[in-house]
Design a protein around this ligand. Structure first.
Ligand code: NAG
Length: 401
């Protein structure tokens, strides 16, 4: 039953080996087309970071249902998780997905794409085939990419603050930016963390047991395989596996669901298969191996801290033998956390730890439905009622709406 899990490292390695330079980006529906297909206006923007990465931001500037293009529309930035991209905020369609719900509530909605994902695969200085391109992890995505996106959006919209919502790694990068560059707290009107991920001491997902011995501490051979290289690129092979295993009425349905064991301890009753199918079309979205390694390191150290390069390089980089912790007490922006019980990656006890490190957390909301899991924040039938409506409501109160 769990064979898919044991095969996972192999699939990852295969993904490495078969990295298809010819992306199927041409064949797939991109975020802007997806938005337009539902009748909404869509824009595409490019932000160049201080280190040359070209990031694509998609925008739903207003809602055609409201015709509010001439009214004040407070900006909101939505940031995706690991292996994901801007489509995760769209894949459940206008009735349920957060991007559309916010647009229909009168907001100017921006969808971020981190360096290395399918929409942000270029750099003004180097090619994606250069290993240096992949020398980053979510530390840089937080401190450089998200900072650049925020500045771009504020400049473009002539606002002094925006609302932020992130899922999974989209929460990690928020925590990193707000603690490492605390001046950014002033630019956040409110922050909303969906399935927040910082500590991994209790992670129940087999992915931790599986990968910790391989890449959990610096120096091992597996680190050299995955470091500074692209992890699970969006290529035809990986996609075919996803499609076959997870398609409607597929005979492999149970294997597929077991593959997704990494997100939950069973219990997939909330998943909307239509949304899941749409999600799979554009996923996995591409990322650096360092992002995965860094997360696995946290599950071994039980700390929320910077990348561990080993004593020698740590000393050179950080001036200390072990990497420095991210200091969550520096986060002063109004921050709301939305977490769930059945989250095998970032579960309730680890959320407790995160909450305890905050000194200014505004809200610690736990989704009351016990079966709700990590991925349900993106593809569940009931995510509108259980999560998204709450977020829109909270944001409305900050805007006195
Ligand atoms: C499932 O998602 C699709 C869009 O992906 C939506 O049209 C449909 O209403 C959803 N079904 C339920 C039961 O929420």
């Amino acid at each position: 039953m769990r064979v898919f899990l044991y095969v996972l490292p192999l699939v990852l390695a295969l993904g490495q080996a078969s990295a298809d330079p010819k992306y199927c980006l041409n064949e797939m529906v991109k975020s802007d087309e997806r938005i337009r297909s539902h009748g909404y206006p869509a824009e595409t923007h490019e932000v160049v970071t201080e280190d040359g990465y070209v990031l694509t931001l998609f925008r739903i500037p207003y809602s055609h249902k409201l015709n509010n293009q001439h009214l004040d529309r407070p900006p909101v930035l939505l940031q995706h998780g690991l292996f994901s991209n801007s489509d995760c905020w769209l894949c459940s369609g206008p009735d349920d997905s957060l991007a559309y719900l916010l647009a229909d509530a009168g907001y100017d909605v921006w969808l971020g794409n981190a360096r290395g994902n399918i929409y942000s695969r270029s750099n003004t200085e180097m090619s994606v085939n250069n290993p240096k391109f992949w020398h980053f992890d979510w530390h840089e995505i937080g401190t450089i990419d998200i900072a650049a996106m925020i500045d771009y959006i504020l400049d473009e919209t002539q606002h002094s603050q925006l609302h932020y919502a992130g899922h999974s790694q989209g929460t990690t990068v928020y925590l990193v930016l707000m603690s490492e560059r605390p001046e950014y707290n002033e630019k956040i009107k409110s922050g909303h963390l969906l399935a927040p991920c910082a500590f991994f001491e209790h992670g129940a997902s087999p992915i931790f047991t599986l990968l910790s011995p391989l890449v959990g501490t610096p120096g091992g051979i597996w680190n050299q395989v995955f470091v500074d290289s692209e992890l699970i690129p969006h290529n035809n092979l990986i996609n075919r596996i996803g499609d076959t295993a997870c398609g409607h009425g597929s005979p492999f349905d149970s294997i597929c669901k077991n593959g997704f064991l990494m997100f939950a301890n069973g219990g997939y009753e909330n998943i909307n298969l239509t949304s899941m199918q749409t999600l799979i079309e554009t996923h996995p979205g591409g990322s650096s191996g360092n992002q995965g390694i860094h997360y696995i390191q946290l599950s071994v150290s039980n700390k929320f801290r910077q990348y561990d390069w080993g004593t020698k390089k740590n000393l050179a980089l950080y001036g200390q033998e072990l990497p420095p912790d991210y200091d969550l007490s520096k986060i002063t922006a109004k921050t709301h956390s939305y977490s769930s019980h059945n989250d095998a990656l970032c579960g309730p006890e680890d959320v407790d730890t995160m909450v305890s490190k905050f000194t200014h957390l505004t809200e610690d909301h736990r989704v009351p439905l016990q079966s709700f899991n990590h991925l349900d924040f993106i593809v569940a039938n009931n995510m509108k009622e259980l999560v998204n409506d709450l977020i829109v409501e909270r944001i409305n109160t900050y805007e006195s709406r």
